[in-house]
Write a protein that binds this ligand. Sequence first.
Ligand SMILES: Nc1nc2c(ncn2[C@@H]2O[C@H](COP(=O)(O)OP(=O)(O)OP(=O)(O)O)[C@@H](O)[C@H]2O)c(=O)[nH]1
Ligand SMILES: [Mg+2]
Length: 447
Amino acid sequence: MSAPTRTIAARATPPGVGGIGVVRVSGPESLRISHELTGRQLKPREATSTAFHGRDGRALDYGIAILFKAPASYTGEDVLELHCHGGPVIIDSVLAELSYLGVDFARPGEFTERAFLNGKMDLAQAEAVADVINSQTEVAARCALRSLSGNFSKYIESISKNIDSFRVIIEANIDFSEDPVEEIEHSVIKKKIKELKGIINDLIDRSKPGELLSTGAEVVLIGAPNAGKSSLLNTLARAERAIVTSTPGTTRDLLDATISLEGLAIRLIDTAGLRQSEDEIEAEGMRRAIAATERADLVVEVRDDTQNDPSGLEILGHDLGDQNRIVVLNKCDLSGRTFGTAEEADGAPAVAISATTRQGIDALEKVLLQQLGYQGVGEDTIMARRRHIDAMQRANSHLDQAMIQFESTDLLAEEFRLAQRALGEITGEVTVEDLLGDIFSNFCIGK
Ligand SMILES: Nc1nc2c(ncn2[C@@H]2O[C@H](COP(=O)(O)OP(=O)(O)OP(=O)(O)O)[C@@H](O)[C@H]2O)c(=O)[nH]1
Ligand SMILES: [Mg+2]
């Protein structure tokens, strides 16, 4: 991979007004730019208070400039940081001047992409940069920071090395043995494969909560009008987010609130009560409610336990199919049912609660997490993405294939090679251009 040669710039701080706004420049022209903009020879890694001059010699702003010489910088290239006053007009004028001086505006994630291409970090660490920035809870941030420090990559590399050392032995057999696989005992190979699979499976288990943690979960509350969906949203969110009235049909549109349960960010979505209705607005609300269930990680069907009426879903004849769901029996303060986990309802876990008195809510929160497959995170949880888990699973299926390839040392070696390749995709040792595009385009500008 050859290093890019364009010099790029972007605002690194969020848009809007702030105490300071940082503009970052990276690439071979950074040194020249620093000179033209400040009229000084900046000493590397030294904060210099200076004016930033426009082409007519007038000061665009007074701030701090710091130069980082390659390779000791975030991107591994010459980097210039300009700390300006944090107003959009100032930042835009500095960016316009940089453009005049021949700098290109950076694509989202381009700084981190360069850091990866220049070997400053591997791909899993680059992804962790975005995960740290996008963390929705403190637990998620801690977890992402562990991946950023290279913990996850180290595990992957050590498994990969393990496979490699075994591959070398097997491939040596291909070259030198008259009598293939016999040289290495089948039982030894099998034992080794089992051992490797065990390590990968352990890593997958430790990554799963991390995957959920990085994306957060979406939970939709659905049910008949007046069942208490909006009351439940408010209770779980501990805020009066949704309007609650005794009039059926209060909620018309989707409304959401994000809560954190044991560090997992859960976006709760309140919906319009489901019933037969000629009202156009209400019908659209119900259409949106049903559509929301299709994207959700979990559907919470809220039922009024004082009523024996059919549920909203039954009334509309809508089947949730094999959608992940639980049933909440609400208003148990009136019905008298014992609070907490109840007998399954229509094949789904059920919890008896009162949204108004909060009774049964702790049990409900536990069931929510359980049903989302979240067992909480420990110090060894890894912030992983779907593609990491997919790659580990692919590595494992190549090891499975290896188990049945004893007739041919060639095929056996090939399966080991493919398993190693799958793991290499995680750290970026093996990459496809499309994958890089996908990963970095999801970053914010300036990172
Ligand atoms: N006693 C009691 N009343 C409840 C409980 N939950 C909700 N209610 C009452 O039931 C009525 C309807 O509650 P909402 O939360 O608006 O119900 P909803 O399901 O959002 O209704 P729509 O938006 O019309 O679909 C309100 O008068 C609430 O105070 C509960 O657990 N116990
Ligand atoms: Mg409502």
